[in-house]
Design a protein around this ligand. Structure first.
Ligand code: C2O
Ligand code: CU
Length: 498
């Protein structure tokens, strides 16, 4: 059927039965079309985001093959320039970001702006919102960042995120009360690239492996590093598929950590970002409690924690009041062996903590995103749900295949929505390992607690329900942020239809 006849049919049915509900029409099999990234609806949505006199923030990213020093350990990898994480990008809410990307990698790439409710055609997902950026080619991302918060950027191409290709994007709030003296950005990462293998080789090996360990369904494929770990966590069940040789904080191994300095009594806002690919991190600062103030960019009711469990793709902002001395900020690889570390120092006296320091806070009050409550101003307004979608998270025992409703991407059914709808997504995890589920272009509200997030951990046999307002037209990747799971099929689209 051509577009013209479809439009005629639409006009026809509206003309005759103006009072018929949309659901009724859809139920009768009324044809719909996907609102794609290049559509007028996407341009219109962006136009309404742009304030007059909009400030423009420009940046340049050059992904390339290089060698990175992880703190006395040099590895060949792919990175955005000379550092891991890549350059910090920073703007204020309402600014236009204009980021010119030149691909100096030997492979096609893309840049996705994780968590930003941006225009669909700048979302950076090859095959869904744009063509890949070929080697030697360039592409300029040009979008309004409407909401303040802690975000990050990374490729949406294969398992490139598990190389050194990620960086932090902070959108400042011009109205932020800023009850803190300084800010630290803390990026957590699991590292294997250039240590005798690459993420692509790891994926190939996983695909060649059948789950014969029986140690937890699809959660038992340990031993990628040859250590045969079972990788079980009391909090998450199956905790990952890959044994990493290194865990990093701000690009450094724990034997040569970064030092974050401050003065006793200062209040510090710490922005924590899990840029790992297959590892949740349990984070604690020895000798301190943390007050969680935001997750995934949105404020929460302040919650005091000794430790936080952070899934891949999640961000948490916490405030701490600094004590006097030197303290380990530890990111323990949940259910795995090893940790990343930074040193927090407020006094020249006091020995630096050991790379293996395990502060007792790690095993006290451990909070997950699902334990938080929305602050009043981040609640979604109450509204009846217009349409619901179930997403059953599964895995196949034959080879390395992860599924949504029994299918692997690109065979998964799109989650169809219409602009203006209140949409409920129900994630049910039927595997024995956790999955941090991420929706592009939107921030959903957990039906339990109302917390606004774009990435939420779903534990084995758990169901997590979220609501979102369909206010950003386009085709939006929706997937597990274990990048190996996403690559092995645990992905679909939130698909606007008209
Ligand atoms: Cu960081 Cu599709 O995600
Ligand atoms: Cu997963």
């Amino acid at each position: 059927m051509t577009n013209i006849t479809r439009r005629n049919l639409l006009i026809g049915s509206l003309g005759v039965t103006g009072a018929l509900s949309v659901a009724g029409l859809a139920g009768c099999g009324r044809p719909t079309t996907a609102v794609d990234a290049g559509s007028a609806a996407v341009r219109t949505a962006e136009a309404t985001r742009r304030p007059t006199g909009q400030r423009v923030v420009t940046a340049q990213l050059t992904p390339r093959a290089t060698s990175i020093d992880l703190g006395g350990l040099s590895v060949p990898t792919w990175a955005y320039g000379d550092s891991v994480p890549g350059p910090l990008l920073r703007a204020s809410a309402g600014d236009l970001l204009r980021v010119a990307v030149r691909n100096d990698l030997p492979a096609p790439t893309s840049v996705h702006w994780h968590g930003i409710a941006l225009r669909n055609d700048m979302d950076g997902v090859p095959g869904i919102t744009q063509k890949s950026i070929d080697p030697r080619a360039a592409f300029t991302y040009d979008f309004t960042a409407p909401d303040p918060g802690t975000y990050f950027y990374h490729p949406h191409s294969g398992v490139q995120l598990d190389r050194g290709l990620h960086g932090v994007l902070i959108i400042d709030d011009p109205h932020e009360p800023g009850h803190y003296d300084q800010e630290w950005i803390v990026v957590l990462d699991d590292w294997i690239d250039g240590t005798g293998t690459t993420p692509d080789e790891v994926l190939t090996k996983l695909r060649a492996t059948n789950d014969t360990t029986g140690s937890g369904g699809m959660g038992g494929m340990g031993g990628m590093g040859g250590m045969g770990e079972t990788m079980q966590s009391p909090l998450l069940g199956g905790a990952g598929d890959i044994v990493y040789p290194h865990y990093l904080v701000n690009g450094r191994i724990p034997t040569n950590p970064v030092t974050l300095t401050g003065k006793p009594g200062q209040r510090v806002r710490i922005r924590l970002i899990n840029a790992g690919s297959d590892t949740a991190f349990r984070v604690a600062l020895g000798g301190h409690q943390m007050t969680v103030t935001h997750t995934d960019g949105y404020p929460v009711q302040p919650a005091v924690a000794d430790a936080l469990l952070i899934g891949m793709g999640e961000r948490f902002d916490v405030v701490v009041t600094l004590a006097d001395g030197a303290f380990p900020l530890v990111a323990s690889a949940e259910g795995k062996t090893g940790q990343g570390m930074a040193v927090v120092r407020t006094s020249p006296a006091g020995a630096a903590p050991a790379a293996t320091a395990t502060p007792s806070e790690l095993t006290r009050r451990v909070l997950l995103g699902t334990d938080l409550l929305a602050s009043e101003r981040s609640r979604l307004p109450n509204r009846a749900v217009d349409t619901s979608h179930d997403l059953v998270l599964g895995g196949s025992m034959a080879g390395y295949r992860w599924t949504l409703n029994g299918k692997s991407f690109p065979d998964t059914a799109p989650l169809e929505v219409r602009a203006g709808q209140r949409v409920r997504l129900r994630f049910t995890n039927q595997t024995m390992m956790f999955h941090p589920m991420h929706v592009h272009g939107h921030t959903f509200a957990l039906t339990a607690g109302g917390t606004r997030k774009d990435t939420v951990i779903v534990r084995p046999m758990q169901t997590v329900e979220v609501d979102l307002q369909a206010d950003n037209p386009g085709q939006w990747a929706t997937h597990c942020h274990n990048i190996y799971h996403a690559e092995a099929g645990m992905m679909t689209t939130l698909s606007y239809r008209a």
